[in-house]
Design a protein around this ligand. Sequence first.
Ligand SMILES: NC(=O)c1ccc[n+]([C@@H]2O[C@H](COP(=O)([O-])OP(=O)(O)OC[C@H]3O[C@@H](n4cnc5c(N)ncnc54)[C@H](OP(=O)(O)O)[C@@H]3O)[C@@H](O)[C@H]2O)c1
Length: 132
Amino acid sequence: MNTIITGATKGIGRATAEIFAQQGFNLALVARHSEDLQQLKQDLESKFPVQIHIFPTDLAQKEEVLRLGDLIKTHWDTVDVLINNAGIFIQSEMLDEDNGLLENMMNINLYAAYHLTRYRTYDGGTRERTYL
Ligand SMILES: NC(=O)c1ccc[n+]([C@@H]2O[C@H](COP(=O)([O-])OP(=O)(O)OC[C@H]3O[C@@H](n4cnc5c(N)ncnc54)[C@H](OP(=O)(O)O)[C@@H]3O)[C@@H](O)[C@H]2O)c1
């Protein structure tokens, strides 16, 4: 079973990656920092006999989300599970906050999940098979 997990290096995403690896799922792990991804890959591969691919990606950038979809396709024909876990919440005062703060949160929390879900489930005939 091929599983994409975004925001996989910390918190809920990391715990999910550990459980899925333990269950024998192959993983495509996504976060921005490649050193964290590399370390997680080594850690999981040392414990479980699974195939792990890592994809350093800034999900706030639409082009990077679409490129991620393309890169995953070079490894897998199908995706069985897509876990859109990555997300941020930065609390602030609307009138004082930095320009672009809300857009950045929306890009990661909403649009990245939207584009990746459309791209990896409705493209390539996998629509019936992907659990979201
Ligand atoms: N923890 C809670 O109590 C709680 C409550 C409600 C909802 N949630 C939601 O649950 C999800 C996980 O929360 P968490 O607390 O486990 O998160 P977390 O510990 O802050 O981890 C966030 C993960 O997302 C990655 N990430 C952040 N920005 C990214 C970006 N622009 N592009 C790609 N990856 C990015 C981080 O890695 P990099 O920094 O390397 O990119 C990291 O792997 C989030 O969507 C959060 O909103 C959490």
